[in-house]
Design a binder for this molecule. Structure first.
Ligand SMILES: *[C@@H]1O[C@H](CO)[C@@H](O)[C@H](O)[C@H]1NC(C)=O
Ligand SMILES: [Cu+2]
Ligand SMILES: [Zn+2]
Length: 247
């Protein structure tokens, strides 16, 4: 029972400081102030959680990074006309609270739509048995509009039916109260309008279209990430070499 007691003590101590919002009347915080307070409280809880869980490993020390994998499978509810997209999404976070990086390896997009862009997001639920619709809406723990959800990864260009992409600086986390572990990664048929669609749905899910494929994020060891990083480096080297030959 030590941890919850500690948490409460910290929150009580933190409360007076978090009331002083610039521009907010002291006794009637507006909706913006409430959102800011919630956000501030989340940051504090995350910090406390980190202190409680980082006894074993210092951040940045070898072996302290968090890893997760998501084995992408075609949605069980697809009709015959839809492409069967599958692949692997890998995540690495150097420490809880640090920015997340990810590899997106996907195959099975129609080759005739070369250069098309497809949205990928983290959705709320991890039960995908009836199809990717069961993943529910975007994972949105802070009640923010799209595309400010932690798992709004944006659009991915398809080349020759494939996505091979490394992204860094992602807002999602593999630890803490808003961890994406156990939730779903969903690959869409369409492009994310990134909140600029001009309709309410745009601020909800970006009008990214059908759900082609999905998977549940699960904790894993460092080996899949190391292999993907090696392959990524080799691909870049090959591309550099062929650019040199062309020049
Ligand atoms: C698809 O596009 C990429 C560049 O975006 C190009 O290198 C490749 O040759 C194209 N493939 C086809 C089949 O047109
Ligand atoms: Cu989505
Ligand atoms: Zn979103």
């Amino acid at each position: 029972m030590l941890a919850p007691a500690l948490l409460c003590a910290h929150l009580l101590l933190a409360a007076p400081a978090s009331r002083a919002w610039p521009g907010a009347a002291p006794d009637e915080p507006g909706p913006g102030a409430v959102a800011a307070q919630l956000s501030d409280m989340h940051d504090k809880v995350t910090a406390i959680w980190q202190q409680l869980t980082q006894r074993a490993a210092e951040p940045g020390a070898p072996g302290s990074a968090l890893h997760a994998a998501c084995r992408v499978q075609p949605s069980a509810s697809l009709d015959a006309a839809q492409p069967r997209v599958s692949g692997l999404v890998l995540f690495r976070q150097p420490a809880p609270g640090a920015p997340l990086e990810a590899f997106f390896h996907l195959d099975g997009f129609p080759a005739e739509r070369n250069g098309s862009r497809r949205a990928i997001h983290v959705h709320r639920f991890g039960d995908l048995s009836p199809g990717c619709e069961a993943a529910g809406p975007h994972y949105n723990p802070r009640a923010a509009p799209h595309p400010q959800h932690p798992g709004d990864f944006g659009n991915f260009a398809v080349r020759d039916g494939r996505v091979r992409k490394h992204r860094g600086g992602l807002a999602a986390s593999l630890a803490g109260p808003h961890s994406i572990v156990g939730r779903a990664v969903v690959v869409h048929a369409g492009e994310d309008d990134l909140g600029r669609g001009g309709d309410p749905a745009s601020l909800d899910h970006g009008n990214a279209g059908r759900r082609l494929a999905c998977c549940v994020v699960g904790v894993c060891g460092p080996l899949p990430w190391e292999r993907a990083a090696r392959e990524h480096a080799e691909r870049r080297k090959r591309r550099r070499d062929s650019d040199c030959e062309a020049a």
